[in-house]
Ligand binder design. Structure first.
Ligand code: GLN
Length: 493
């Protein structure tokens, strides 16, 4: 064909396939997520499950947390056994099966089956697709960062369309029809992947760091098998006897979501494979990671507290037609797509200055803006009656500005600051920030009361703004650690 179709916007051709695979996968995920809370707490007579709103919100948050935590396991399986290509195909198939479960009118059983399938599937697919993007570029290819920005646009394209299509169909006609469309979206993603897969780098074909079971010390295998058996038996007993219950599972997920990154950092700090300069940089990275966790606590409430606020506290008829509440889930991605070129220019300009802003400063802005997105909702919350939808749109636009100061920058900072020996797992490490944010969110959302929205938004938003100020004050200290050169002596010696 003509030379023009050999590249994708000046990038390796395979980026196009990965862009659309991830766009469709995110379409299915965010479409399902836009409907999920409403489906769960809607009355049985309306086709919902009739789950109390607080339990439903906690479950949505905990479920989101697991889909990010599982990326650590999925990334490991891909690295050591499957390779990215097979992990993506298996993951996409499990995700599609998960949406099919919800498309069937089979109640709570189908809901839990679907959650397990989608959590495992996303854990396999998401880190594998992103690492296939990375494999398209040589170590020093200057297009690498831009490639990841284009890829993040694919995420947003899927996320902006999904609530409009899946959400509207699901809420106006039938929840199961909506979930069915999500399944079709994932199927299209798999078709795209299969049709474009031949352009992928050969690095995606097999495990990058294959694990040969015969070479693993026997003692380690026995310990791992025993630990797995204990977990399975404990969970099985708890589920079988009903001791844990839904609330218990949510609490367990919250604890695990916070414990996982703590364990990760402890292992990296203690590892003999982490050099002294790397250790210093890692110590500087920890407060940045903590700030990211707080940011995701707020941002991810878009599918829980904010979704409930959209349906119950917003004047949906303000513009002369009934706005479907799922549409608010598209606002963030829409703003992100529109502002991405602007922010690309802004970073180029700021980073070229003699003293470019530190990552901590950018994260501090992100946290402050996220806090303000909640504080903005205090105003309509103190007035009587439902609020004008523009308050919510403004709030969602603000938190998205914060996302642009944190999400792409955090990914880059993670790849730069994680010790070399842990390089392949960095994608998973960064995603655990989102997991911890949602794990904490699963507890926090229980405090939200539709009768006193201003109290909740004021307290959570105010806390985020205070933490942003603390982070800004600590920025010089953090920078001294993160900028320590590889060979130079470290402050701790
Ligand atoms: N919303 C983005 C995605 O789904 C990033 C989320 C995160 O890093 N926690 O890919």
């Amino acid at each position: 064909g003509p030379g023009g179709d050999r590249t994708f916007f000046g990038h390796p051709r395979a980026l196009g396939g990965l862009f659309f695979t991830e766009a469709w996968e995110r379409f299915s995920y965010y479409g399902m997520r836009a409907l999920l809370l409403y489906y769960m707490y809607d009355q049985v007579a309306n086709g919902g499950l009739g789950i109390p709103a607080d339990t439903a919100k906690s479950l949505v948050a905990a479920y989101g947390s697991v889909t990010f935590m599982s990326a650590v396991l999925g990334g490991w399986l891909s690295d050591r056994f499957l390779g990215d290509r097979r992990a993506t195909l298996y993951g996409g198939t499990l995700i599609m099966a998960g949406h099919v479960c919800l498309a069937l009118p089979a109640g709570v059983t189908a809901l839990f089956a679907s959650m397990v399938l989608i959590a495992v599937g996303t854990g396999l697919l998401k880190p594998s697709v992103s690492s296939s993007v990375g494999d398209l570029y040589g170590r020093d290819d200057p297009r690498r960062d831009a490639g990841f920005s284009i890829y993040y646009m694919g995420i947003s394209v899927g996320a902006v369309a999904a609530p409009l299509v899946v959400g509207t169909l699901g809420q106006s006609y039938d929840y199961h029809l909506g979930f069915g469309v999500a399944a079709v979206g994932m199927a299209l993603g798999l078709v795209v992947y299969l049709r474009t897969g031949r352009h992928l780098s050969s690095a995606s074909n097999g495990p990058k760091n294959p694990l040969v079971l015969r070479e693993v010390p026997r003692r380690r295998l026995l310990i791992a098998a025993a630990a797995a058996a204990v977990v399975v038996v404990a969970l099985g007993t708890a589920a079988g006897t009903g001791t844990l219950g839904v609330g218990g599972v949510v609490n367990l997920i919250s604890v695990l979501a916070v414990a996982l990154p703590v364990a990760y950092f402890t292992v990296m700090l203690r590892s003999p494979r982490t050099g002294p300069a790397e250790r210093t940089r890692l110590r500087g990275y920890i407060p940045l990671f903590a700030a990211a966790v707080v940011f995701w606590v707020i941002q991810e409430q878009g599918a829980t507290v904010i979704a409930q606020y959209a349906q119950q506290s917003t004047d949906l008829d303000a513009f002369g037609f009934a706005i479907p509440p799922t549409w608010f889930q598209s606002v963030g991605s829409f703003v992100l797509i529109v502002l991405t070129p602007l922010f690309a220019m802004l970073w180029l300009r700021l980073d070229r200055r003699p003293r470019p802003p530190s990552t901590a400063a950018k994260f501090s802005v992100a946290l402050a803006v996220a806090g303000c997105s909640f504080l903005l909702l205090v105003f309509p919350g103190t007035a009587a009656g439902p609020s004008n939808p523009l308050w919510l749109v403004g709030s969602l636009a603000l938190v998205t500005v914060g996302e642009m100061c944190l999400s792409p920058i955090g990914l880059a900072a993670t790849t730069r600051l994680a010790p070399a020996a842990f390089a392949t797992q960095t994608m998973g490490l960064w995603l655990t920030a989102g997991a911890a944010g949602q794990g904490i969110g699963a507890q926090l959302v229980k405090l939200y009361d539709p009768a006193t929205t201003a109290v909740y938004f004021g307290a959570v938003g105010g806390a985020a703004v205070v933490l942003a100020a603390v982070l800004l004050a600590a920025a010089p200290l953090i920078r001294r650690r993160t900028d320590v050169p590889a060979a130079a002596p470290t402050p701790e010696g």
